[in-house]
Design a protein around this ligand. Structure first.
Ligand code: 5GP
Length: 121
């Protein structure tokens, strides 16, 4: 898989506001926040999309959620609640092809998250 800019953030080749690092994952603030708290939790392993998660990655993906909840707790918004999102491919709105878990919190979030009218298929 080709390197993405998230690989460059892991390798400290481009700067990011990193809030957590361990042997498996990195978390950093989103450059274009959509909520008062908006950070991304990514695996250090290069996995392009949700479609590319393998059997061997199950614990790793679970770890990303554990990190998300730990950071939400530490940052003080876990109890009031938050949203976790993994966008997949074009229709999911994915723009960076390195698996990442969005964590958004700090305000009530609307649902559904899209504005356009649903078209009947
Ligand atoms: P996606 O659209 O792929 O689900 O999410 C990619 C996210 O990465 C977007 O929310 C975008 O704002 C964020 N992002 C893109 N480039 C950078 C960057 O260079 N640094 C940081 N911290 N976030 C980025």
């Amino acid at each position: 898989m080709a390197d993405t800019l998230f690989t460059k953030i892991i390798n400290r080749e481009i700067p990011a506001d990193i809030i957590h690092e361990d042997e498996l994952s990195l978390a950093f603030k989103d450059i274009n926040p959509q909520a008062p708290h908006h950070f991304l939790v990514i695996p250090k392993k290069s996995i392009a999309t949700v479609n590319d998660i393998q059997e061997e990655d199950k614990a790793l993906v679970g770890h990303l959620f554990m990190v998300a909840a730990k950071l939400a707790t530490e940052l003080g918004f876990a109890e009031e609640g938050y949203r976790t999102v993994m966008n997949c491919n074009q229709n999911g709105g994915q723009t960076v092809y390195h698996l990442h878990l969005h964590v958004l919190g700090g305000k009530p979030l609307g649902w559904p998250p899209y504005q356009e009218k649903l078209k009947t298929i």
